[in-house]
Write a protein that binds this ligand. Structure first.
Ligand code: ADP
Ligand code: MG
Length: 403
């Protein structure tokens, strides 16, 4: 059995050729063809903290959505997928309700941007992707942000970047109907090469954190379905809210778990029951681990990174209960592999991916170990992606295409 490895996307020339085939009437003006690239993201640490007013530390990565497009003046959006040839279209003046397909992420972004007063244009486009869909690497936010650029006629959308990220989040919350926090759209918008991004989800203050040159990021995809994800995600949100309500009954100034430390939590333990208590312990300790991870990255303290990732994974598995046998297997394999600095599940859990920090140049050993051991443990074929921390969404040029 061989496992799929890194996806290398089609070249922009190949995407341009696909555009000419999909939209022949527009291919007469190839000089007006533009390309926007929107990265996926991996969260280094700070899991299930974003909707608790907490801290997160994601990085945009070198897996990406590429969208080739020509802006039009007909208020019509027509888009096809390079992988399947599937097409979707809508009119900017009659976007209509959600359809239940991938086009919702484009139409929802148009809807949210129009609501925010951003002037939009139609476009014809072809979309390709190296981000596995539905794996917790934010392919959805990448489609939203790539669409925002195309809908803005190829100029930077006329919104402050944080407002843009919030508009994309609104597209996903209110149009698509997924109750995600801000982290994904934030990271896909603000990404910086070689850096993670520390975001305070209460104040929205953020800054880039340089990654140590001696580590690289390896993402292992469990290839397992995200079982019960939506209902379990909503249940976790409700359990966190129950913990807040129990503390607030004694301490009315408390409005979120961000206001609660472990001592305060302990005082209200009897009022909230064991499950909300365990969820709150995870969130409170995870916020502390974000702060410690930032310091460890700055100090290049690999031993601290190992300990912090392991503690985060254990807390997500035992207190927050969002791991899975497959994610535990991937972390187990990584923890036995020389050269692996740190490993934990990333994203909401219930399936999806793990994030690994690996000594630079030694990712081959992790790939080999995962490809060798994971199928026997789970019956599934993993996918291993060695990624770099990448820039956020923006226009890209074809090499040699001139200024
Ligand atoms: P994630 O954002 O973690 O990848 P989501 O469930 O939020 O997972 O988003 C996945 C959805 O995004 C897919 O179901 C599909 O509708 C859309 N999507 C992602 N990538 C593509 C793609 N390459 N082509 C078409 N649709 C895609
Ligand atoms: Mg998503």
């Amino acid at each position: 059995m061989t496992a799929a490895t890194d996806s290398v996307g089609p070249s922009l020339d190949a995407l341009a050729d696909a555009f000419a085939t999909a939209h022949p009437a527009f291919a007469t003006a190839p000089e007006s063809l533009r390309f926007v690239r929107a990265p996926g993201r991996v969260n280094l640490i700070g899991e299930h903290t974003d909707y608790n007013d907490g801290l997160v530390l994601p990085a945009a990565v070198s897996l990406a959505i590429d969208l080739a497009f020509i802006p039009t003046d007909d208020r019509r959006v027509e888009l096809s997928l390079l992988a399947t040839g599937e097409r979707g279209s809508f009119d900017l003046d009659a976007i209509g309700p959600r359809r239940g397909t991938w086009l919702d992420y484009v139409a929802g972004t148009a809807w949210a941007l129009l609501e925010a007063g951003v002037p939009l244009r139609g476009f014809r486009g072809v979309l390709s992707s190296t981000i596995p869909a539905g794996a917790g690497l934010s392919s959805s936010a990448a489609i939203e942000l790539a669409s925002a650029w195309a809908l803005s006629g190829g100029e930077t959308p006329a919104l402050q970047p944080m407002r843009l990220a919030q508009a994309a989040q609104r597209a996903e919350n209110a149009y698509v109907g997924v109750l995600c926090g801000l982290m994904d759209q934030f990271a896909v918008t603000m990404g910086r090469a070689g850096h993670a991004l520390r975001l305070d989800c209460r104040s929205l203050d953020w800054y880039p954190v340089a990654l140590p040159a001696e580590v690289e990021i390896v993402v292992c995809h469990s290839s397992s379905p995200r079982r019960l994800e939506a209902s379990a995600y909503n249940a976790r949100r409700a359990e966190c809210a129950a913990a807040v309500a129990a503390v607030a009954a004694r301490e009315p100034a408390v409005t979120s778990l961000r206001d609660v430390d472990l001592t305060t939590l302990e005082r209200s333990r009897e009022r909230m029951g064991e499950i909300p208590y365990a969820r709150a312990v995870h969130v409170i300790s995870e916020n502390a681990r974000v702060i410690e991870t930032e310091a460890a990255l700055q100090a290049g303290d690999l031993e601290a990174l190992r300990r912090l990732f392991a503690a985060s994974h254990a807390s997500l598995r035992d207190s927050f209960e969002v791991s899975s046998p497959e994610l535990d297997a991937l972390v187990g394999i990584a923890s036995r592999t020389p050269g692996v600095v740190a490993a934990r599940l990333t994203g909401a859990g219930f399936g999806g991916c793990t994030v690994n920090l690996v000594e630079r140049g030694r990712s081959g050993a992790l790939r080999d170990a995962v490809e060798r051991d994971y199928p026997g443990l789970t019956g599934l074929i993993p996918r291993v992606f060695v990624v770099e921390a990448a820039a956020g969404t923006g226009l890209v040029r074809r090499p040699g295409a001139g200024a």
